[in-house]
Design a protein around this ligand. Structure first.
Ligand SMILES: [Zn+2]
Length: 88
């Protein structure tokens, strides 16, 4: 019984596959055991990775926005041309 109790205080991290104490997991009421499945250190690693990749993501967004802006500009030009044609 005592062994089981101590077992219940650990949880396997799905990211590093280590059995870790609940203290090393962030709490989340939505989870069955009240803790998320990824340990704190794995999450902070993920955040670091994300931050490292952030400039690329931003550049991609910018690229996408530029494309969209051009598309929108074309649409607006077409629209204003049409308006010109109809008003003339
Ligand atoms: Zn982990």
């Amino acid at each position: 019984m005592l062994d089981m109790k101590s077992k219940n205080q650990t949880k396997k991290c799905i990211s590093c596959n280590k059995m870790l104490h609940f203290d090393l997991f962030h709490k989340n009421k939505a989870m069955k055991d009240g803790h998320i499945n990824t340990c704190k250190s794995c999450i902070s690693n993920t955040h670091k990775e994300k931050r490292k990749n952030d400039p690329n993501i931003k550049m991609k967004d910018k690229d996408h926005y530029a494309k969209y802006k051009d598309h929108y500009k074309d649409y607006r030009n077409n629209k204003s041309n049409k308006e010109k044609l109809t008003s003339d």
